[in-house]
Design a protein around this ligand. Structure first.
Ligand SMILES: *[C@@H]1O[C@H](CO)[C@@H](O)[C@H](O)[C@H]1NC(C)=O
Ligand SMILES: *[C@@H]1O[C@H](CO)[C@@H](O)[C@H](O)[C@H]1NC(C)=O
Ligand SMILES: *[C@@H]1O[C@H](CO)[C@@H](O)[C@H](O)[C@H]1NC(C)=O
Length: 381
């Protein structure tokens, strides 16, 4: 009995020992980590190869932990992947750094996670041109979800003959494209207009404004944004004002007919009590998704102009620009004004009636007097 028990324990121990001898307790880091710029204006690929010793392993999952950031970023972005390639957007005017390690887990490691050391790589576009030759005041607006307009100013120290060019890329384009519709000031490119960008919404939109001049090189500028965050919608349409039986002022409008998806708009309604005065203060009364608003009696008193504007709401974008205003002026008499008017009307009609009575009475008197007097007067004549 005892011997059997000891044998069993020995066999079990032996099995464990044999098992443990095959366990991996260390793993090598990935090889050939590289950051590759395919010329997509900021979309970079981070690539690596598996450690050589792993090529023969089975019964284990091999994963990679990738960390990357641009200089100046406080935090690393962290990705766990089984693949050997990862792409993301970066600011090419900064240095990009990446590191990757091998993670091994499964029966080959007795189900515990084994990590390798990190492999590092960095990438930076070779810097060219003076920093002051870079464009300034770069702004883009995506008008009514229909066309994108970007503008810039030439660099402070850019040579006179400097010529800037606008390139863009988003996922779906094979390569970076150059602007085909430039905005020009004095024959130089100072902006670009683009259309048909529906496919480019909600993804990274990469832009590079670089350039050349005869004498020196110009420093390129890189930008990455999301079109839906740059929308300036067309102003609301068909603004109408009606006054209900209870004298509430009801304002209604429609979203712009084209472009902006109606569910993507928020509105601001404002009113002023001073008609015709351009500097009159406007009071904000509401910001809302609905396309109607009612000023209750207490609220409106002498309201004479209403205006409404729209902006992309939080369901469709993180930010946006306000549209121009649509305004409508009208006049509603106050209740006490109306009562006064009625009172005056009543008094006036009352007075008129009295006057008519008096006049009538006098006329009658006069005719009676004439009738009485005339014979006498005839006699006297
Ligand atoms: C394997 O893992 C089990 C459970 O975690 C543990 O009890 C055992 O000692 C491990 N074996 C070796 C050889 O590390
Ligand atoms: C500007 O950038 C585009 C796109 O990367 C490139 O094809 C072009 O050669 C660059 N131009 C200059 C003057 O560097
Ligand atoms: C006027 O309208 C605003 C916005 O709806 C509301 O917050 C406010 O209380 C109203 N004022 C009065 C006096 O009813």
């Amino acid at each position: 009995m005892d011997i059997q028990w000891i044998c069993a324990v020995t066999i079990i121990l032996a099995w464990f020992c044999r098992g443990s001898s095959g366990h991996q307790t260390a793993v090598e880091p990935p090889r050939n980590l590289q950051i590759i710029d395919p010329g997509l204006l900021g979309h970079l690929y981070i690539e690596w190869q598996p450690p050589p010793s792993l090529l023969t392993l089975d019964q284990c999952t091999i994963k990679y932990k990738l960390k990357y950031r641009s200089t100046g970023d406080a935090d690393w972005k962290v990705v766990f992947t089984k693949k050997l390639k990862y792409g993301d957007g970066f600011d090419l005017s900064k240095r990009t750094e990446a590191k990757v390690q091998t993670l091994l887990e499964g029966r080959c490691t007795n189900e515990s996670e084994v990590k390798s050391d990190w492999t590092h790589a960095t990438f930076q576009v070779p810097s060219q041109g003076d920093l002051e030759s870079q464009i300034r005041d770069f702004h883009c607006v995506y008008y009514n979800w229909e066309h994108l307009t970007c503008t810039w100013q030439r660099g402070r120290l850019a040579p006179l003959g400097a010529c800037y060019e606008f390139y863009y890329w988003y996922e779906g384009l094979d390569h970076a494209m150059q602007c085909s519709d430039y905005i020009q000031t004095h024959g130089r490119n100072t902006g670009c207009k683009l259309q048909n960008l529906r496919q480019a919404e909600y993804i990274d939109f990469n832009v590079c404004v670089n350039g050349s001049s005869e004498s020196t090189q110009l420093r390129p500028s890189y930008f990455t944004f999301h079109l839906q965050n740059l929308v300036k919608p067309s102003p609301p349409e068909k603004l109408s004002v009606s006054i209900s039986a209870y004298e509430d002022v009801h304002v209604e409008w429609s979203p712009p007919a084209r472009g902006a998806p109606p569910q993507c708009l928020d509105y601001e309604v404002q009113l002023t009590e001073h008609d015709g005065d351009a500097d009159a203060p406007w009071t904000a009364v509401s910001t809302q998704v609905e396309t109607a608003f009612t000023f209750s009696q207490a609220n409106r008193s002498r309201v004479s102009c209403v205006r409404v504007r729209g902006k992309t709401n939080m369901f469709c974008a993180d930010k946006g620009f306000w549209s121009e205003w649509t305004r409508e002026c009208f006049y509603v008499s106050r209740k006490d004004e109306k009562q006064l008017f009625i009172l005056i009307a009543v008094v006036l009609s009352f007075l008129t009636v009295i006057i008519i009575f008096i006049l009538a009475a006098q006329c009658k008197k006069r005719t009676n007097g004439e009738k009485n007097i005339s014979p006498t007067s005839l006699y006297l004549d």
